[in-house]
Design a protein around this ligand. Structure first.
Ligand SMILES: NC(=O)N[C@@H](O)C(=O)O
Ligand code: NI
Length: 163
């Protein structure tokens, strides 16, 4: 059965809660620090490196995929979380799905994130690799380095994103 096209929806903490955390200043616990010269938006997400893992920071230089955007697979990192924070203020897309051994394509959701929103996928969250719109966009990525297999992929009939 083919799945209807995905329509991007706004990224909110509530809507994303079962997939992980949204990294954004709005609504965060805020602390005035550095003698009033900085605001600390505190504990926006929990980076989980998993067993025998360490947290590493990387930069992804992501380039646009051909249009129309089709989702033909999802991946997950069963051992650890993975966070993406855009380094430029441009909207980007986050695609996730539900499922245990494999994602259910009927549960796919597409979120349109602003350039001031990042996500931290919880361990095991089915997601599509980082998706940018129109031009190259760089991201700071916090995820795991360590032993073990931390990537599962599942393929299915392509689902289109209706931009
Ligand atoms: N391959 C890689 O590190 N990136 C993916 O995990 C991703 O979610 O973009
Ligand atoms: Ni990933």
């Amino acid at each position: 059965m083919s799945v209807r096209p995905l329509r991007p929806e706004p990224l909110t903490r509530a809507a994303f809660a079962s997939f992980g955390q949204v990294i954004e200043a709005e609504g965060a616990e805020t602390r005035v620090v550095n003698g009033g010269h900085a605001l600390r938006r505190h504990a926006l997400a929990a980076v989980e490196p998993g067993p025998d893992g360490r947290v590493i920071l990387s930069i992804f230089e992501a380039t646009p995929r051909p249009l129309p955007l089709v989702i033909h697979m999802l991946e997950r990192h069963p051992l650890a979380s993975q966070a993406f924070m855009p380094l430029s203020d441009r909207d980007w897309l986050v695609v996730v799905g539900e499922g245990d051994a494999a994602p259910d394509p009927a549960t796919l959701r597409c979120f349109r994130a602003t350039g001031r929103q990042g996500v931290n996928y919880r361990p095991g969250c089915w997601h599509f690799p980082v998706l940018v719109l129109g031009e190259r966009q760089d991201f700071l990525v916090a995820d795991r380095d360590g032993p073990g297999a931390n990537l599962d992929e599942a393929f299915f009939e392509a689902v289109t994103i209706a931009l």
